[in-house]
Design a protein around this ligand. Structure first.
Ligand SMILES: Cc1cc2nc3c(=O)[nH]c(=O)nc-3n(C[C@H](O)[C@H](O)[C@H](O)COP(=O)(O)O)c2cc1C
Length: 181
């Protein structure tokens, strides 16, 4: 049994990314894991301000925003799922801000070890659609020594308010990924 923290970095609560994350969560719950989903869309979450206060005597992040609720959840989990829409060919600003704020919990450049999963949705459906975020995710996870245990990348989504659409095959894949981890 794993403790899984699912971070949804989309602005839309019932959008494609949230649906993909929910499918993953259902699968993971079915497999006996404990899942905690956090919708970052309505959280105040700024990027790292580079003040280095966290590297002083009191090694905590001094930015008073909703990341303070998320730090303890990071401590408690084994696996972190990053769920993001593709925004301007990469991960959303909310997921990027979350990654930057990990800086505060690194001790001597060592980050708490985690397993990680990437879930993404996008409007386009080309072979290169997710090239940038995959490259970034692979680089970052390697650098901070997190172990990638799966990805589910859903292209061809629609997101105008009257016409939300994510192909069922991606929801099935995310569910399956959840059951397999
Ligand atoms: C600000 C913004 C930027 C986007 N940029 C891209 C993009 O670069 N490539 C793409 O394929 N889709 C892009 N999209 C479409 C979304 O990735 C897609 O509709 C996604 O499924 C939306 O997720 P959501 O329903 O969780 O909001 C963009 C959408 C928005 C709102």
């Amino acid at each position: 049994m794993r403790n899984i923290l699912v971070l949804v970095g989309s602005g839309t609560k019932k959008g494609n990314t949230s649906q993909l994350a929910d499918a993953f969560c259902k699968g993971a719950t079915k497999a006996g894991h404990r899942v905690h989903k956090v919708f970052l869309g309505d959280k105040k979450l700024s990027g790292c301000q580079g003040c280095e206060a966290c590297k002083g005597k009191n090694p905590i992040c001094i930015i008073k925003d909703d990341m303070q609720e998320i730090y303890p959840l990071i401590n408690q989990c084994d696996t972190i799922v990053l769920a993001s829409p593709l925004y301007f060919w990469t991960i959303s600003a909310k997921i990027k801000a979350f990654i930057e704020r990990l800086y505060a919990i690194a001790e001597n450049d060592q980050f708490p070890p985690k397993e990680t999963v990437l879930l993404m949705t996008a409007g386009d459906d080309n072979f290169w659609t997710f090239e940038q975020p995959i490259s970034y995710y692979s680089f970052v996870t390697k650098a901070i020594r997190w172990k990638n245990i799966g990805m589910c990348l859903a292209g061809g989504c629609k997101s105008d308010p009257k016409n939300k659409y994510i192909d069922e095959k991606f929801l099935q894949r995310a569910h399956e990924l959840g059951t397999m981890i």
